[in-house]
Design a protein around this ligand. Structure first.
Ligand SMILES: Cc1ncc(COP(=O)(O)O)c(C=O)c1O
Length: 395
């Protein structure tokens, strides 16, 4: 059987494979990026779904438009985008089956094999995989505790002239870091100067615990070169697979054509549930609620880390999102730590697969604080801290 060239060298990560084996409920998992079960608005979704099936079944159970369910696109334009200082028209908007689909469609619409795509290092595993399948050549810009640095970004852009820059400016996955407003403005300027498409992937931005919202890159965009991906996976439910993108009309049109050949359209019922959730005014209250829950979990994890981790493990207190990024001293292999931790029924994600540069990030790992209750967070961090000290003593 022939396997296409584009799939060669693209392997599911070994860690992902191991995660499949972690069905054991005794395992304390800091691994995924899953929202808390307690944060799903189950009652509201049940109520909305009942009404939708009673009143609109004939429309919602039928095929729909590739561009998306109209009330959802309208709700996005009327409520979600203006909340982020953005304004547009229907032709700027495409509904997606998860923002992952947006990345896939963007690659189909924009990337030829060998084209240079710029990514943050480290960056979101799923996106890196999509770029590899698109046969892009990846170049990187490092992310620091205060996000991307404009001078470093400009240097790489000048040198490689990337077709596209993929970034997660707020509560980045995996680092949790935030890129500041001045750099965001500079990113939009570089997009114009170098005719570079910028993908602003922002699924975590509304999960803020403290501090002021930072303006979006798109809000500084004067050349229509920035495309925004908005997902409801982390705020409402990842299982609904509802997301939207907003940007240049011609590009949205090409993505729409690519989507026709991919899944025809996103599920109508799921889009309608999200549209009603927004239109009935549940969104702000729900986000306030879940941000409070995650802030508490993050605080619990940080306090446990301060108590149980040796002081030479580096990490930052998160101000939002779902992750804490940890750095062990040079020479450590988080992969080995992971394998030993699983024996003690604790899981996390080693950092190397988030990196593009071969061999980079071996001493890093990502902790997720949203999926476990507080007592298991403390117990899991204690076990990890004990293990790190034991492994240090064995060195
Ligand atoms: C940065 C980033 N983008 C996109 C996604 C995927 O989102 P969706 O569920 O909308 O496909 C994730 C999920 O973890 C993510 O971290």
């Amino acid at each position: 059987m022939q396997i296409a060239e584009r799939m060669q060298g693209v392997s599911g990560s070994a860690i992902r494979e191991l995660f499949k084996l972690l069905g054991d409920p005794a395992i304390i998992s800091f691994g995924g990026g899953n929202p808390s079960k307690a944060c799903f608005p189950k009652e509201v979704i049940r109520e909305i779904t009942d009404e939708l099936l009673r009143d609109k079944a004939d429309i919602l159970l039928q095929y729909g438009a590739t561009e998306g369910y109209m009330p959802l696109r309208r709700a996005y334009l009327d409520y979600i985008l203006p909340g982020n200082g953005l304004h547009g028209e229907l032709d700027n908007v495409l509904a997606l089956t998860g923002s992952m689909q947006g990345l896939d469609l963007l690659c189909k619409a924009v990337i030829n094999p060998g084209d240079v795509v710029l990514v943050e290092e480290p960056s979101f595993l799923g996106a890196l995989q999509t770029f590899h399948v698109a046969q892009a050549k990846l170049v990187t810009v490092p992310i620091h505790t205060d996000g991307i640095h404009a001078d470093e970004l400009e240097e790489v852009v000048k040198k490689y002239h990337p077709v596209m820059f993929y970034c997660i400016p707020t509560f980045q996955n995996p680092s949790g870091y935030v890129t500041g407003a001045a750099t965001r403005k500079r990113i939009a300027e570089l997009a114009a100067e170098y005719n570079m498409l910028v993908i602003e992937d922002d699924p975590y931005a509304s999960l803020r615990f403290t501090g002021e919202k930072v303006p979006t890159i798109k809000s500084f965009d004067t050349s229509d070169n920035v495309i925004v991906l908005t997902s409801f996976s982390k705020t409402i439910s990842p299982g609904l697979r509802v997301a939207l993108c907003f940007g240049n009309k011609d590009l949205i049109r090409k993505m729409t054509i690519a989507k026709q050949g991919s899944d025809t359209h996103s599920p109508n019922l799921n889009q309608a549930i999200v549209a009603e959730f927004i239109n009935r005014g549940y969104m702000d209250k729900h986000i306030e609620f879940i941000s409070g829950v995650y802030a508490k979990s993050a605080n619990c994890m940080i306090e446990a880390m301060d108590k149980y981790f040796p002081e030479w493990v580096r990490y930052e207190r998160p101000v939002g999102g779902l992750f804490i990024w940890c750095t062990l001293p040079e020479g450590w292999e988080a992969d080995k730590l992971f394998r030993r931790a699983v024996e003690r029924k604790v899981a996390f994600v080693p950092g190397e697969p988030f990196h593009t540069t071969p061999g980079a990030g071996k001493n890093t790992f990502r902790l997720n604080f949203s999926a476990e209750p507080e007592e298991r967070i403390v117990e899991g961090i204690k076990r990890l801290g004990d293990l790190i000290r034991e492994m240090k003593a064995e060195m």
